[in-house]
Design a protein around this ligand. Structure first.
Ligand SMILES: Cc1cc2nc3c(=O)[nH]c(=O)nc-3n(C[C@H](O)[C@H](O)[C@H](O)COP(=O)(O)OP(=O)(O)OC[C@H]3O[C@@H](n4cnc5c(N)ncnc54)[C@H](O)[C@@H]3O)c2cc1C
Ligand code: SF4
Ligand code: SF4
Length: 363
């Protein structure tokens, strides 16, 4: 019996990798989140993109969970929060917004180190039994990994401004038998995992073992080769292994080398290195995460934190009570700036959708 006959809903069953490839990968709206690779044993990461390596039974799984095939935010918000956002909620639905900082400070953290501190707290309090993080090698190539200690989480701190199929490492965590998996990542990666957790599907492959989603703010991300060759090498004369840190601050993209020297260009000058799949992306603040962490809105060395779900709210409260983070009020001005960036991203999404002929993603 065909899947469509067996399961009245969803109707996208029998859309297989061919449809995913046509609608998302070949049309360059794929954000390389790794969700399709994580949950289908027939899809692997080949030459930096998802590829079918076995016959396709048209189960619909990859098409269903991909954040770029279809995404109805209203429906997702209703399932997750019990309501849809109102017009003033530019950063999505959240319970509490604060500026926070990890205690003690996490060496190598991008901002306040709160993303790392929350994962450590979640591990120590039993909310998760492993964390999927995105580390890097000497050349700044991303390396997604499954970690189980505070030391490993801290060692993976810091932003890598290049696309990473990090969700694929959730597959490794599932294969290793972890039962409470924590994940930290970009809004698109969170969208993929939230779809996996929320959509009513006939498949059970362990999605209930994904216990915590820590989302990052994200305006855009970059292609590794384009960024390293076009900016780091060609413009700054640096080898990737000479870079100590990348950061985006006050409209500048900055590369700090290992001697401590800063090299910078205006963010507009990095457009050529942006990953094409970031175009049709509306989500600045990881609106479907349990808790979101970003830099905009708070001062140097601090993170802006938005608790969204009960899971996120409780984890943050425990981290605060145990002294793993300290907090101060986030300024109205800071939150308004984050809101303006989020609104700007939605505008860019709308124009890119028209340009790239994107359908099915409803903000
Ligand atoms: C591509 C990208 C773009 C961003 N753009 C913005 C922005 O426009 N505005 C803003 O306010 N904040 C942005 N951020 C978030 C910001 O850079 C920090 O990650 C955030 O403030 C958390 O800081 P922290 O010190 O608490 O995190 P840390 O404690 O340093 O932990 C950071 C975590 O991020 C994860 N990570 C790093 N790189 C990647 C990656 N490429 N993919 C998935 N996960 C990754 C690591 O696993 C690490 O655990 C961006 C992050 C990324 C990855
Ligand atoms: S966006 Fe993610 S899930 Fe969709 S095709 Fe690309 S890697 Fe796969
Ligand atoms: S801009 Fe969007 S698609 Fe690109 S990395 Fe950030 S969240 Fe993902």
């Amino acid at each position: 019996m065909a899947a469509k006959e067996k399961f009245a809903e969803p109707t996208y069953l029998e859309c297989g990798f061919g449809e995913l490839e046509y609608k998302v990968i070949k049309s360059e709206i794929c954000c390389r989140c790794g969700t399709c690779e994580a949950f289908c044993p027939r899809i692997e990461h080949v030459e930096n993109k998802p590829a079918l390596v076995n016959y396709d039974p048209l189960c619909g799984l990859c098409f269903t969970y991909c954040p770029r095939t279809f995404l109805d935010m209203g429906a997702m918000e209703t399932k997750l929060f019990g309501r849809t956002r109102n017009a003033t909620e530019a950063l999505g639905i959240y319970k509490k917004a604060v500026s926070a900082q990890a205690k003690p400070i996490v060496a190598g953290a991008q901002d306040g180190g709160v993303a790392s501190a929350l994962l450590v707290q979640a591990l120590q309090s039993g909310v998760i039994d492993c964390a999927v993080v995105t580390d890097r090698d000497e050349e700044w190539r991303t390396v997604a990994k499954v970690v189980t200690s505070a030391e490993e989480i801290s060692a993976s701190a810091g932003t890598k401004y290049t696309i990473s199929n990090s969700v694929d490492a959730v597959r490794v965590a599932l294969e290793k038998g972890y039962k409470k998996i924590g994940f930290v990542g970009t809004p698109c990666q969170i969208q993929g995992l939230r779809k996996v957790k929320l959509l009513d599907e006939p498949y059970q492959f362990g999605q209930d073992r994904i216990a915590l989603l820590v989302g990052l703010f994200c305006m855009e991300n970059f292609d590794y080769e384009a960024l390293m060759n076009g900016l780091v090498k060609a413009r700054f004369g640096l080898a990737p292994k000479d870079v100590a840190r990348f950061e985006i601050k006050k409209g500048m993209f900055r590369v700090i080398d290992k001697t401590g020297k800063a090299h910078e260009v205006k963010i507009e000058e990095t457009d050529a290195f942006t990953f094409p799949g970031c175009g049709p992306c509306f989500d600045f603040a990881s609106e479907l995460a349990d808790i979101s962490v970003g830099s905009v809105g708070s001062g140097d060395g601090w993170s802006t934190v938005l608790t969204r779900t009960d899971v996120g709210e409780k984890l943050y409260a425990v981290a605060l009570a145990k002294g793993a983070v300290s907090e101060k009020p986030v300024s109205e001005k800071g939150l308004a700036l984050a809101g303006r960036l989020a609104a700007g991203k939605v505008k860019r999404f709308e124009s890119k959708c028209a340009l790239m002929n994107v359908s099915g993603i409803i903000r």
